[in-house]
Write a protein that binds this ligand. Sequence first.
Ligand SMILES: O=P(O)(O)OC[C@@H](O)[C@@H](O)c1c[nH]c2ccccc12
Length: 266
Amino acid sequence: MSDILNKILDVKAEEIRAAKKQRDFASLRRDVETDSELRSELRSFEGSLRDKIAAGHAGVIAEVKKASPSKGVIRPDFRPADIAVSYAQHGAACLSVLTDEQFFQGAPDYLKQARAACSLPVIRKDFMVDIYQVYQARAWGADAILLIVAALDHGLMAELEACAHELGMSVLVEVHDSAELDAALKLKTRLLGINNRNLRTFETTLDTTLGLLPRIPPEKLVVTESAIATPDDVKRMRDADVHAFLVGEAFMRAPEPGVELARLFA
Ligand SMILES: O=P(O)(O)OC[C@@H](O)[C@@H](O)c1c[nH]c2ccccc12
């Protein structure tokens, strides 16, 4: 199997090896655990989403993404701090910042810049396969991490989740089908992402979210991810009682990303 997800995971393994050589795990961990300022400045990712929804709004996780493997460069004029400010001004609940460099042209620095420019909680959007990356995320200021079920076995996934929770971060677990949902439901996190994009084929359909909904226990907060592009898409989801959204491309292609957010979710 040489699909894109496997390619990405190979590159991740290499990146993590290189990062550990630059800064070993014990020292990274010590720095994160002893930095009381870092801890006190944590922002509640899940709390922010739930607050928006409780107030009757959509809970929008607005993505800061320059490029993707399926679409190439989406936003050539890419200024993360400006994008973050625009999102915050127009009602985003949270930010999602790509930190993967090779496939999404992201960077740790983009996460830091976006977070410093506003007061929204931020998720590190990357392919997490090692505890080291969870500490990295926190060291950069992330308030949440993404765990992709398709990329992880259960034991490792539970370990990454426990580590994130110990550090005070929220965990968004991402699924694409029923078997992945079974695995995700064994975790503690209540944030359940349903990716409408198949990470192996790039195909998208909102039916992925609608199809899995009946199997999701009420305490879970469903986040519909990817391919939300029109007010009609939003309406379809909200009519089905899905109120949390992760949106990237539709915002990134607009001149003023926050204005597009307001338009899509008006
Ligand atoms: O740009 P879109 O179609 O609005 O999608 C956003 C987000 O869901 C997508 O970037 C994403 C969902 N899961 C991921 C996992 C890794 C990288 C990226 C993603």
